[in-house]
Design a binder for this molecule. Structure first.
Ligand code: DGY
Length: 323
């Protein structure tokens, strides 16, 4: 029997590539360059399955390619807002993602950014590296204590709950939650958490706010100038979810004028480009979308894509089907 033809848009951890090569007729993007829309269209035309990542935009225009051979998109990642799901459904393309395996890893990065932003770690490192550190003194680089501060979580899915565990049990932080639907009492009681009646109430009451909601048209600029103004001036904002949840210009203004003490960002509107004004600000910690970036997690993500792919080509419904 001929093996399904599978195209990987980016290089994966070796163990995953090996497993794929053993079972499918695989084409790798050998030099790992970011693909153009024309290259993505060619892949959709020529392969039975395409395995994209968050950096491959698959809007209606790309998914409407003719003729279409691709029957499955096995996304290497949990978020799939870069894929036009309605068009995928209309074209009978099955889409899968990789939940669960990156939960702890992403919550770790959210905690890292929280600590970096609160304790001015990026500023401190820049000072040491530049050779300009003139020594210890009582007022040097004073940050904000994290332990005991109130953490507001926007969204209460897997990653938010993992962050609540780390923050509450590791740092003694009271937890507030905003989620559009009622959260089961047992889920709140685990952390002694309180579900707030509105996002605004959460923003007003939290010392640190961390975003954990999906990127979607409805959530675009969820955190805008008006909502930033509701936060305490000494508050900190963390985003490890999707860049377009925040109006970047509004955040830059708030940070510049210290209407907000600091921010920690792993994701950006239009990444990998980011608004150059962020680079002029000392009170923002910036990471390059590292949420799931450990060998263990990226390997687990790849293996999950392959599990879904194998199920699909055996005629079963893949476990992580989203369309
Ligand atoms: C995801 O999985 O959606 C992340 O953003 C990339 O790991």
């Amino acid at each position: 029997m001929t093996k399904p033809k599978v195209f990987l848009t980016r290089r994966w951890p070796l163990a995953c590539e090996k497993r794929l090569l053993d079972h499918f007729d695989v084409t790798l993007n050998e030099d790992n360059h970011p693909l153009t829309p024309a290259e993505l269209k060619a892949a959709l035309r020529d392969y039975d399955a395409v395995l994209p990542t968050v950096s491959d935009a698959l809007p209606q225009e790309v998914l409407s390619v003719e003729p279409l051979r691709c029957r499955m998109l096995g996304n290497f990642g949990v978020g799939f807002n870069h894929i036009d799901i309605e068009t995928a459904k209309a074209r009978a393309i099955t889409v899968t993602n990789t939940p669960d395996v990156l939960t702890e890893c992403t919550a770790d990065i959210a905690m890292l950014l929280l600590l970096m932003a609160a304790r001015r770690a990026s500023e401190g490192e820049r000072l040491v590296r530049s050779g300009q550190w003139a020594g210890w003194h009582p007022n040097h680089l004073l940050g904000t204590q994290v332990t005991g501060k109130t953490l507001g979580l926007v969204g209460f899915g897997r990653i938010a709950k993992a962050m609540a565990t780390k923050a509450h049990f590791g740092f003694g932080m009271p937890i507030l939650v905003y989620a559009p639907r009622p959260v089961p009492i047992a889920d709140l009681e685990r952390f002694g958490a309180r579900q707030m009646e509105s996002l605004e109430a959460l923003l007003e009451s939290s010392d640190i706010v961390s975003l954990h909601c999906p990127g979607s048209a409805a959530n675009r600029h969820l955190i805008n100038a008006e909502r930033l103004a509701m936060m305490k001036p000494e508050a900190i904002l963390i985003n490890t979810a999707r860049g377009d949840l925040i109006d970047s210009q509004a955040l830059i203004e708030a940070l510049r004028h210290r209407h907000l003490a600091a921010a920690g960002l792993d994701v950006y509107e239009g990444e990998p480009r980011l608004d150059p004004d962020f680079l002029t600000l000392d009170n923002v910690a910036l990471l390059p979308h590292l949420g799931s970036a450990t060998l263990e997690t990226r390997t687990a993500m790849g293996m999950k894509v392959i599990d879904n792919l194998e199920a699909f080509f055996k005629g079963a419904i893949p476990t992580n089907r989203v369309a």
